[in-house]
Design a binder for this molecule. Structure first.
Ligand code: F6P
Length: 546
């Protein structure tokens, strides 16, 4: 079953041929209502998608494609707890984690809400104890530093949220994230901390991840250089599905916060994987984050496709990937506190939709997930925006703009926002040969000098972008934003007929690394890999100073 064979896809193909030379600049000039036509809201979040290579017909055709491929059914299957992650035999129910209505959501015939609520209550009780100084370290000092040890979904999401919600931090609480198995990460974090006042969260859904367990063992050893084994319970808690492995590691399962296999790692920040968030900003702010996610969940389930933000963003992505041949998509937040937002989105999107096999197990012949990347504006403007404006590739951009800053500094915010708006305007409008010529003449250029410089200063324009704009980055707004992108990824997976919820592509490297570790530690030369890998292993062995 391939979307390429549907009449709707073929109609989009023909429409692309008609539209590919249409200029957005002309379309704006012809239609003063273009912004109203191509913008929509979810609560206080506004998506302006008018600066895209689209007409009314494009959206109609994209929506027809989504309908023909059963997107509504897929949404319902997720919302009703069906096992749509077929290769792992699991439901995809992260929406239950932020189901603030508390309506029953059944997974394998059982309502999961009582278990979700019980863990939220456990988190609240634990956070209250820490914040009120009732949970003390082994020398009766208050906990001041939380170190989350996890990787991938057990790190990126919570780390991004903590950084973004720093203005909401509880006084006296610091949070640190250790993910990389490179000892530098753990050592440089711990050198600033005292074991007496540090709490470790070992966050691993599976509790088998090599990097996390290695870091956790070293953190335990660091702690035991000061405290005793009997003190570990006060300084180590775990978040996992795997109680046996947690107990085996030496963490009392009374200090374990449960998650479930129906929560994908990259969708887990809303679960107890969010414990570092709750400890850092308080349970109330964590719940506000869940509220925002829930608001977007309702929007996604209830809004007709033409008013549905994740659906529109997902379909626009398909339009560029499959018809314009775009291979990457930039996410550029004009908010320094969202520095880690693109990295979280990278895992969310690329681990979900980086697939070449369809749901029926066949190799697919069309492009799926693009490379997701980005850094905060305005920094990106002075680094890679050159290529987005004048390079040979078409790179759609999402501009994420909070209107008000938590740190208002005279005119910083106006300058920041003006830059974000200017980039999207410049990408859309470009600068024609005639405009460049006039500009150069006004600057006094003529003759050969003018002719030589003119081509370099032309901007082709017609480069697409979305703008997401909102009053301020509150916990609710951040929850909406993250859930928006989660559902956008879902929409695209449905169109591409792939399972967005497994990640087999990360397994091979893990397997091979396990075999290479003992080889690096051997005294004698090893053999058996390809000549490149064998030689590199032997070189490393020789260069390693034991
Ligand atoms: O290697 C990929 C992955 O499985 C991610 O999907 C996941 O978020 C990460 O590793 C961490 O896994 P865990 O929480 O089980 O340690």
């Amino acid at each position: 079953m391939t979307p390429l064979n549907t009449p709707e896809w073929q109609s989009l193909d023909r429409h692309y041929t008609d539209l590919k030379y249409v200029s957005m600049r002309d379309e704006f000039a012809l239609d003063s209502g273009r912004f109203e036509r191509f913008s929509l809201n979810s609560g206080e979040l506004l998506l302006d998608y008018s600066k895209n290579r689209i007409t009314k017909e494009t959206i109609e055709k994209l929506i027809a494609l989504a309908k023909s491929l059963g997107l509504s059914d897929w949404i319902e299957r997720m919302y009703t707890g069906e096992s749509i992650n077929t290769t792992e035999g699991r439901a995809v129910s992260h929406i239950a984690l932020r189901n603030r209505s508390n309506r029953p959501i059944k997974v394998d015939g059982k309502d999961v809400m009582p278990a979700v609520n019980a863990v939220l209550a456990q988190m609240k009780q634990f956070c209250d104890q820490v914040h009120q100084g009732k949970w003390l370290g082994y020398t009766d000092k208050r906990i001041s530093d939380v170190v989350n040890i996890g990787i991938g979904g057990s790190d990126l999401g919570p780390a991004m949220i903590c950084e973004a919600l720093e203005p909401y931090a509880i006084a006296g609480m610091n949070v640190h994230f250790v993910s990389n198995v490179d000892g530098t990460d753990l050592s440089t974090t711990l050198e600033k901390l005292s074991p007496e006042t540090t709490l470790f969260i070992v966050a691993s859904k599976t509790f088998t991840t090599q990097e996390t367990l290695t870091n956790a063992q070293s953190a335990r050893a660091w702690f035991l250089r000061a405290g005793g084994v009997e003190d570990i319970a006060k300084h180590f808690v775990a978040v996992s599905t795997n109680a046996d492995a947690v107990a085996k590691f030496g963490i009392n399962t009374d200090n374990m916060f449960e998650i479930w296999d129906w929560v994908g790692g990259r969708y887990s920040l809303w679960s107890a994987i969010g414990l570092p968030i709750a400890l850092y900003v308080g349970m109330e702010s964590f719940e506000r984050l869940l509220d925002g996610g829930h608001e977007m969940d309702n929007h996604f389930r209830k809004q007709p496709f033409e008013n549905n933000m994740p659906v529109i963003m997902g379909l626009l992505g398909v339009w560029y990937v499959n018809f314009f041949g775009s291979q990457t998509h930039a996410i550029v937040p004009y908010d320094h506190s969202l520095t880690r937002f693109p990295s979280h989105m990278q895992q969310l999107d690329m681990e979900s939709n980086g697939k070449l096999t369809n749901r029926q197990g066949q190799r697919i012949s069309y492009s799926t997930g693009p490379v997701i990347w980005g850094t905060p504006g305005t920094n990106g403007q002075h680094a890679y925006f050159q290529l987005i404006h004048q390079g040979t590739q078409l790179i759609p951009v999402d501009f994420v703009l909070p209107v008000n800053s938590h740190y208002p500094e005279c005119d910083h915010q106006s300058i920041l926002l003006a830059n974000g708006l200017a980039q999207s305007e410049a990408l859309m409008k470009g600068k024609s040969a005639e405009e460049v010529r006039t500009e150069l003449v006004n600057e006094g250029y003529e003759g050969e000098a003018l002719e030589a410089l003119q081509p370099h200063k032309i901007f082709p324009g017609n480069r697409p972008s979305n703008t997401l704009i909102f009053p301020k980055l509150t916990p609710e707004m951040l929850g909406q934003l993250v859930a928006l992108y989660e559902h956008k990824v879902f929409v695209q997976g449905a169109i591409w007929n792939i399972n967005s919820f497994d990640q087999w592509g990360v397994e091979l490297g893990k397997q091979l690394a396990k075999a290479i570790v003992p080889e690096l530690q051997k005294d004698a030369d090893i053999s058996g890999h390809d000549s490149s890998t064998t030689s590199l292993i032997n070189l490393i062995r020789q260069l390693t100073k034991r």
